[in-house]
Design a binder for this molecule. Structure first.
Ligand code: MG
Length: 321
């Protein structure tokens, strides 16, 4: 896209452009394209206002550590006072869709728990463990999706939160270690329609294995979002927002249930950690502030209070011992 859009040499970096939901056609200001890689984010700053993709633009590469105006950031497009970042599996859904597939279509629960134990003991990286688990699933990808559509359930109050967020200018950004087609299919089924523009999904992808069709036996594999330990460093997406000056920075909230949510949570004002799950254990171990939730009704009422200025994120957070 860099080449056709800009008429310039494509930068020699792995990139994804633009952010999901980026309002390309409607955009009238300088265009910033996120080129996140494992160690850094580069921003393509197209310094000329553009009106069509056929123009040729000068391209300037700048480091993301340079302070950016909030208009460059896609989730700031509507100037929200609060952005809600969230995990998907086990947080928006009741059960984890990947665990379900591994347990029922792959090598099973016992082997999964053995590998999880190694991850918790830090003798095996999450990235390698998760790939091994998913590799045990030989079921064609479309059949995996069909199975999940029959078995996964949405948190009973997420839909209410979703519409409240839409009506109150609160972007929802799903940061997931799962794969895009599964998340999109589940959300569409749960909501009864494709998600609106206020919901964004940043996650891993699925790609063919050994030249096969993904909808054939043993034909697919996960493609990680980045080179990080978790396959998807969720904090990368949040950092530019956390770095905004005080006068521009919205309140940043995060909800999750697992170890891969820790890095993201550290960037936000308040972490909602699902009661009884690994993330609570990790927060306790590391002395990280958090508040627990059972379902999205708690998250909704607390977020409403924060947006209304009735409480601050610091008021809500419990500092663990
Ligand atoms: Mg999760």
């Amino acid at each position: 896209m860099g080449k056709s859009l800009c008429g310039a040499q494509k930068p020699a970096v792995t990139h994804r452009v633009p952010h999901p939901g980026f309002p390309l056609a409607a955009h009238r200001g300088p265009l910033h394209l996120d080129l996140s890689s494992s160690t850094q984010s580069l921003i393509l700053n197209l310094s000329t206002t553009y009106t069509s993709l056929s123009h040729t633009f000068p391209v300037i590469l700048v480091d993301s550590s340079i302070a950016m105006g909030s208009t460059a950031l896609p989730y700031m497009a509507t100037q929200p006072k609060l952005i809600f970042f969230t995990d998907f599996d086990g947080t928006i859904t009741v059960d984890d869709s990947n665990d379900f597939m591994i347990d029922n279509l792959g090598f099973g629960r016992e082997r999964r728990q053995q590998l999880n134990e190694k991850v918790l003991n830090e003798t095996l990286g999450f990235r390698d463990a998760f790939r091994e688990m998913l590799s045990s699933i030989k079921t064609p990808y479309d059949e995996c999706i069909a199975t999940l559509l029959k078995n996964m359930k949405l948190d009973p109050y997420f839909e209410k939160f979703y519409y409240w967020a839409r009506d109150n200018n609160v972007p929802i950004v799903i940061l997931s270690s799962g794969m895009k087609p599964i998340i999109s299919a589940l959300l569409e089924k749960f909501l009864g329609h494709k998600p609106g523009n206020h919901l964004h999904i940043v996650c891993n992808e699925v790609v063919p294995r050994d030249g096969k069709d993904i909808n054939s036996e043993g034909g697919w594999q996960i493609q990680y979002h980045d080179e990080s330990h978790f396959g998807h460093d969720k904090s990368i997406e949040i950092k530019p927002y956390a770095a905004l000056p005080d006068s521009e920075r919205p309140v940043l909230l995060y909800a999750g249930d697992g170890v891969s949510d820790l890095s993201a949570a550290a960037e936000t004002n308040l972490l909602f950690a699902k009661a009884g799950k690994d993330l609570v254990t990790f927060c306790e171990r590391r002395g990280m502030p958090y508040t627990t939730f059972q379902d999205w009704s708690t998250i909704l009422s607390t977020t409403q209070d924060i947006l209304a200025g009735k409480v601050s994120p610091a008021d809500v957070a419990t500092k663990s011992a």
